[in-house]
Design a protein around this ligand. Structure first.
Ligand SMILES: Nc1ncnc2c1ncn2[C@@H]1O[C@H](COP(=O)(O)OP(=O)(O)OP(=O)(O)O)[C@@H](O)[C@H]1O
Ligand SMILES: [Mg+2]
Length: 222
């Protein structure tokens, strides 16, 4: 499902290169639930961005569904991403001038409008957001914002969901709820990679990977 082969990522900065990932290799099987942990700056976000086809690697290869992601031309890569990968960002990344329903519909293509709307409304219902469908992100609580972001990531039923500290800004109850949604997605066959420091997730994880200085230093099988 996901394969990283000797992936390194260096960021260019004014004061020299920063090595964010160093020769990381890992494989994720379809349907696995992976937790990624590690100190701040260890490369967790970089790992997700690289895996999600959003940040070109400096060296090595990334395969998702057998596709060598960074060998695809830009346009094709964007389409591949939209069809296969759902991303949940730490800071929600909702579009401020679109309401909740429109944000969830964002990944929808030029397909069947009525069906897309039905699917989106069902997701809002499931995530207790129906009452907020026409509200803008600035009118939402943190928990509602994150549930909207998750609904958006799940909209197209991608095979892979990548979530970067999706509970970072939430109180324990909302955090637990978000983790449960990810766990449900996993139970329905989805592959999930989540960066989180919380412990609630441990009961669902198939594997816990620890990053340090851009390397996987520990891998716990559950
Ligand atoms: N756009 C960038 N330009 C330069 N350096 C960057 C950039 N993004 C990240 N870095 C550096 O790369 C390293 C890894 O960053 P990354 O964001 O992946 O860490 P992280 O594990 O997600 O940290 P956190 O827990 O704080 O979110 C850090 O040293 C960071 O300073
Ligand atoms: Mg991060």
């Amino acid at each position: 499902m996901v394969k990283l082969d000797m992936v390194s990522k260096r960021y260019r900065t004014g004061s020299g290169d920063v090595a964010a990932l160093e020769e990381v290799s890992m494989q994720v099987t379809e349907g696995e639930f992976i937790v990624v942990r590690g100190p701040s700056g260890s490369g967790k976000t970089t790992l997700l961005l690289v895996t999600g086809g959003m940040l070109r690697v400096s060296s090595g290869s990334v395969f998702v569904n057998g596709e060598d992601v960074y060998r695809l031309p830009e346009g094709q890569r964007a389409r591949f991403r939209a069809e296969n990968i759902g991303f949940v960002f730490q800071m929600f990344h909702l579009i401020p001038y679109l309401n909740v329903l429109e944000n969830v519909l964002l990944p929808a293509g030029a397909g069947n409008r009525d069906r897309d709307r039905t699917v989106a409304l069902e997701l809002l219902e499931r995530f207790r957001l129906s009452e907020r469908a026409s509200h803008k992100p600035s009118e939402l609580s943190a928990g509602e914002s994150q549930r909207t972001a998750i609904a958006r990531a799940m909209f197209g039923r991608p095979r892979l969901i990548l979530a970067d500290e999706p509970t970072g800004n939430l109180d324990p109850e909302n955090a637990e709820e978000v983790i449960k949604y990810l766990a449900e997605y996993h139970l329905e066959g989805g592959t999930v990679i989540v960066v989180t420091h919380g412990r609630v997730v441990d009961q669902y994880a198939d594997r816990i990977m620890s990053l340090q200085n851009g390397r996987i230093v520990k891998e716990e099988l559950r």
